[in-house]
Every structure is written in C-alpha cells, then in structure tokens.
Design a protein around this ligand. Structure first.
Ligand code: UT7
Length: 349
C-alpha cells in the first residue's frame, strides 16, 4: 500500500497588515493586552471585495501545484477546509474546481474549524493509501475579517483572528517510512456551544435553554437569520476563551503523544512541531509540557493571528521555506478548536 507524501506546499496572506494599534480605532483594546494574552502583534485582512476565502485558497493552491511538479488538470480530488466559505452553499471546493479549470473531479468541503486542515489531510491520506487518487489538492483558508464584531463587545474574539490560506498537494510514495505516518482525529461535542457561530442556522435555540422569541410571530419557520439575531449580535462568533484555553492545553499534548506513541517515537525524536496557531501562550504551554526546545516548535501567530483552518498549512509552509524542515525530518502537525475537535498528523518529510 502506498503512503501519502506532501509533494508541494504553498501559502497566501493578504497584503493588508492590521496592527493591534489599528484595532484601537474600533474597540476598547490595546497592544499590551493583546500581546501579553495572545502573542499577536499584527494580522492580515483580505481586501473587502477583491479577495475571498476561495481566491486566497487558489493563490496558495497554485504555488503548491507548481511545487509538486504537476498541473491543475492532473489534480483528481479537492478537499477544502474553512469556516468562512464564500457561500453558505455550495462549498469553496467547487469554486476551486471551476477557477482552476480542473476536470470534473470530486470536491469536498470540510467544516472542522481549527482542526479542519488536519481532518482534510487525513481524508486525502486515506484516498491516496487506497490507490483511489494520485494528486489531491488540500486547502485551508479563511476570511475572518468579514464576519467579526469590531465593537468592544466582540473584542475577546476579534483581536485574535486573521485571514490567509495554505495548501498542499498529496501524492503517493512507495518509499518505506516516508510521508504521512499516521493521522489521529477526535471530537467531543459536549462543549459545542462555547466556541461557535450559531447563526445563520436551523437550531431555533433547540440546544440551549434560551427562548426563541421571534418564532411565534413568523408565518412559517423561516427564521434562518432574523433582524433580532442581528440586533443582538448573534450573527458573530461566540467564544468562552478561558474554557477553550483550559481544554486546549490538555488535548494538544495528548494528541501529539498519541501520534508519537503509535509510531514508537517520543518527543525528543521530533524535528518540528507545527501547532495550530490559536494563541502563543497555548503553544508555549504545550512546548514546555512536552519538554521541547525552541528549535522544535514553529510559531508565526505574532504576524498572522489565528487563521483557523489556514494556520497549520501557513506555518508548515513558512517553516519549510525558511529551511527549518528538511528531507527526512520528523514533523508533527496538531490542532484543537471549535467542536471541540482536535487532531494530529505525523509526517516523515
Ligand atoms: O483557535 C480557536 C481556539 N481558540 C482558542 O484557543 C482561544 C483560547 N483562549 C484564549 O486564547 C484566551 O482565553 C483569550 C486570549 C481569548 C482571552 O484571554 P484571557 O486571559 O482568557 O482573558 P479573559 O477572557 O479572561 O478576559 C480578561 C479581561 C476581561 O476583563 P475583566 O472582566 O477582567 O475586566 C475582558 O473583558 O480582559 C478583557 N478583554 C480585553 N481587554 C482588552 C477581553 N478581550 C480584550 C481585548 N482587549 N481585546
């Protein structure tokens, strides 16, 4: 059975740099708070109309395809991970298929938020291993800036997130012990509502004790997105930050160790850990708990903020471009986020 290898990797971030100081024009926040609590100095925001989640994904994809030494016409499957799609439906995958003039290949969208890229990678890995596909394009991209509450009410969420995209092309390799060694996926829906964007949705407050105020007045159940939701800012993401933080620092090490254990390896064997860039404090906590050195962990949240499904491929691409990941290196990718869902992938580069 072949293994999958990352044959090409690319990233794209918008040119528009937004500093912590820039955000103080819109909300009561300050550079010291943001840096101290998250490590973030600046992030990128997409152009309001010229750049979408899909167009950023396309830019990253073109680089990955070229570096893989292939063409868009040879791609036989697309997996696109995002929580900020261009349309509620259809997904971004078909927009990529159209824009790159691909053959009528399958296109799958993944909705697993921060761990979306790892879920996408794992799906693609299975298709390569079974021999079903030979060139799979995996993209993680987000345009968060279009859907954040930039008033003081939303500051705990808005200062964290940024826009960008990363992509890889997976191909089969017969080289023993090379490529993706294993992937590990987990979920626990018990806390689904503590990091979530409830609307638009069909929930009608079914999962919470909140009364659904407008419902009786509606002629039929057409309350997908109501004026009341907008007036109460229920169209923005909600996050109980401290609760997410507490769970993240437990689940990150757990899923990294799971990957290492399954392959008979230990943290000292790791050349590079690429954690999802949720918060620099989370990455530092994980590094310390696992006894890793600064050279064994790559972080770039300082420049880009948290780009959710894009954060792992962007960090992986940057680390590789900077020569910090070389052929034969043991690389672990790990993520935790909304759902909760969490995941890891262990790769012999
Ligand atoms: O990738 C998705 C997964 N998400 C995460 O992993 C996020 C995990 N959680 C976190 O990163 C942190 O919880 C945050 C960075 C979101 C928040 O940091 P914290 O140290 O947990 O702060 P907090 O939410 O407990 O808030 C502390 C104070 C509050 O004020 P009071 O009540 O103590 O007066 C907040 O209102 O900080 C205030 N605050 C802010 N102040 C200035 C919250 N956001 C801001 C802000 N600027 N942007």
């Amino acid at each position: 059975m072949p293994q999958s290898k990352i044959a090409g990797i690319g990233m794209y971030v918008p040119q528009n740099v937004v500093t912590n100081q820039d955000l103080t024009q819109y909300m009561d926040t300050n550079d010291a708070w943001i840096q101290e609590r998250t490590g973030i100095k600046e992030r990128r925001y997409a152009h309001r109309t010229d750049e979408t989640t899909t167009t950023m994904g396309l830019e990253a994809a073109k680089i990955a395809i070229e570096r893989a030494g292939t063409t868009a016409q040879d791609i036989d499957f697309v997996v696109f991970a995002t929580l900020s799609p261009d349309y509620y439906f259809p997904g971004c995958g078909v927009l990529v298929q159209r824009a790159l003039k691909m053959k009528e290949v399958g296109a799958l969208d993944i909705r697993n938020q921060c761990s979306g890229f790892l879920y996408a990678l794992s799906v693609a890995d299975q298709f390569i291993k079974t021999g079903m596909y030979k060139n799979i394009l995996v993209i993680g991209a987000e345009k968060h800036s279009f859907g954040l509450d930039f008033s003081t009410r939303g500051r705990n969420v808005s200062v964290i997130f940024g826009d960008g995209a990363g992509a890889v092309v997976l191909q089969p390799t017969e080289e023993k012990g090379a490529g993706i060694l294993s992937t590990h996926l987990h979920s626990d829906g018990e806390s689904a509502e503590i990091l979530a964007m409830y609307n638009p949705g069909t929930h009608a407050n079914h999962w919470t004790d909140e009364p659904y105020a407008d419902f009786d007045d509606a002629p039929i159940a057409q309350m997908f997105m109501s004026h009341q939701m907008i007036d109460h800012a229920q169209n923005f993401p909600f996050m109980d930050g401290p609760a997410v933080f507490k769970k993240a620092v437990v689940k990150f090490p757990e899923v990294i160790l799971e990957a290492l254990d399954q392959n008979g390896l230990s943290p000292k064997d790791l050349n590079m850990l690429i954690p999802h860039q949720a918060n620099l404090r989370i990455s530092q906590f994980v590094q310390q708990k696992m006894g890793l050195t600064d050279d064994q962990v790559y972080n770039n949240i300082q420049q880009y903020g948290n780009t959710t499904a894009a954060s792992v491929p962007i960090a992986l691409c940057e680390a590789w471009e900077q020569g910090k990941i070389k052929s034969g290196d043991l690389v672990c990718l790990a993520a935790f986020g909304s759902g909760f869902t969490w995941a890891s992938a262990l790769i012999r580069w």
